[in-house]
Write a protein that binds this ligand. Structure first.
Ligand code: IMP
Length: 433
């Protein structure tokens, strides 16, 4: 009997999913990405080589695995082709092992244009999107005007749907935003060429996934963004446009009842790119120390997609409790624990204070979240380099105590600990049976 495991980031993204998925992918026959698009950026370091993946599931770095871009994704064909070419240049096999769901939506030029135009029009209230057209593409999907890969595969259908779509969007682009309208002929020509390159990979993934389940294959469901960016449960409106925490079923077609294990991934501290409330943010020497230390240890606190510097802060235990429990997380993977070795004492937020009251529930309103004061518990630091530790027992007692504190907050045991950027810098702990 195969296992279906879902990996979910429990914070604002950039929890180091790329590395954990890569470590796990060796055990899985099928790896499926179920939401998001080129807004994601997973960095995986293998030996001296570094791979940055935006659209392809991380399973692509394991040639024996079938990597599926699920129906819940929004895919920029040009970006995907560039990524495939880049991977091939780095010696990665991309052939029949990469499958694109024909139900996934196509990111079109007007999506990227509207993403930028709407951001500039949100005066003072920018979300800080990655500009990859994610929101407008999901908006077209929700209004049932979107174009899917099955449409892209048929030039006549593509043209018809594109013309209908642009008849709706071009007047807004021109008259509301004063920008150049999209030229349908040029887009048709460009996208029909992409269609031919991607055609060998585009399939109906429903029977493929059903077969994999029937054959007892091990399946990994890979979330791209973090749960606090979930369109329903995140810090709305400072979120992405897809269900990160709850989208594994709808974005892949795997029945929710067939997901056997949810592995939640959290950084040992918190970081965020883009705008929005971040109660434990340390826009000071602490944040700088985190960024500097991670740089020294071979990582970086810059977004893999946008290159923007990440905002850094202490672990937010209220948020961790909220996302881990909402996501029914069975076990935890904790990343970049090594970075906290830089601190004498480490703070963890366990509650918020607002108007003289103590809050232990994560608020729905971003305005409320922006006003809360974190209540911290202070834990003893370990003040040493743990990057060579390969077992739980090799970790200093203070580091183990910190991880146990995270377990208590999340209500789940720590199964993996990442202590450095390399594939080998992982501690695995048996937490079952
Ligand atoms: P969008 O997904 O490009 O619309 O951006 C919405 C918000 O999500 C912005 O704050 C982005 O910075 C953030 N975001 C989107 N994808 C990622 C990711 O993979 N890692 C971290 N932040 C992300």
């Amino acid at each position: 009997m195969g296992q279906t495991l879902q990996l979910v980031g429990l914070q604002w993204g950039d929890e180091g999913k790329g590395k954990v998925i890569d470590a796990l992918a060796g055990r899985f026959d099928v790896v499926i990405r179920f939401q998001g698009g080129a807004n994601a950026g997973h960095t995986v370091q293998i030996g001296e080589q570094e791979f940055v993946l935006h659209l392809a599931p991380t399973g692509i770095l394991r040639p024996q695995a079938l990597s599926i871009l699920g129906n819940g994704m929004v895919i920029d064909p040009a970006g995907l082709i560039r990524e495939i070419e880049g991977l091939r240049e780095q010696g990665v096999k991309v052939a029949e092992n990469l499958v694109i769901s024909d139900r996934a939506h196509v990111v079109l030029p007007h999506h990227k244009l509207l993403d930028r135009l709407r951001e500039s029009a949100r005066a003072g209230g920018r979300i800080g999107t990655t500009g990859s057209g994610i929101g407008p593409c999901y908006a077209d999907k929700a209004t049932r005007d979107g174009i899917r890969f099955c449409d892209l595969m048929d030039p006549a259908v593509f043209r018809e749907r594109l013309e209908a779509l642009m008849a709706m969007h071009n007047p807004i682009i021109e008259r509301v935003h004063g920008a150049e309208p999209i030229d349908c002929d040029a887009v048709c020509k460009e996208y029909c060429a992409y269609a031919e390159v991607l055609r060998p990979h585009v399939r109906d993934t429903v029977p493929i996934i059903r077969q994999a389940l029937d054959d007892g294959r091990n399946i990994l469901l890979e979330g791209a963004q973090g749960s606090l960016l979930d369109v329903d449960f995140g810090t709305y409106p400072f979120v992405t446009s897809s269900p990160v925490l709850t989208g594994a079923h709808t974005g892949s077609g795997i029945p929710a009842s067939r997901i056997d294990h949810v592995l939640g991934l959290a950084k040992a501290y918190c970081s965020r790119v883009g705008a929005g409330p971040f109660p434990t943010e340390q826009d000071n020497e602490v944040g700088e120390t985190i960024r500097r230390t991670i740089g020294r240890l071979g990582g970086r606190e810059f977004g893999a997609t946008t290159g923007r510097q990440r905002r850094c802060g202490w672990l937010d235990g209220v948020a961790l409790r909220y996302t881990a429990r909402l996501g029914a997380v069975d076990s935890l993977a904790v990343s970049v624990l090594d970075v906290l070795g830089a601190f004498e004492t480490i703070k963890v937020c366990t509650a918020y204070r607002l108007n003289g009251q103590t809050l232990t529930e994560f608020p729905s309103s971003a305005q409320t979240l922006a006003r809360v004061e974190p209540v911290y518990e202070e834990l003893e630091g370990w003040r040493c380099d743990i990057s060579e530790a390969r077992s739980w027992g090799e970790l200093p007692p203070q580091a183990r105590a910190y991880l146990e504190f995270m377990e208590e907050l999340a209500g789940a045991p720590v199964e993996f600990v990442s202590v450095g950027p390399k594939r080998t810098q992982v501690i695995e702990r048996r937490v079952h049976g």
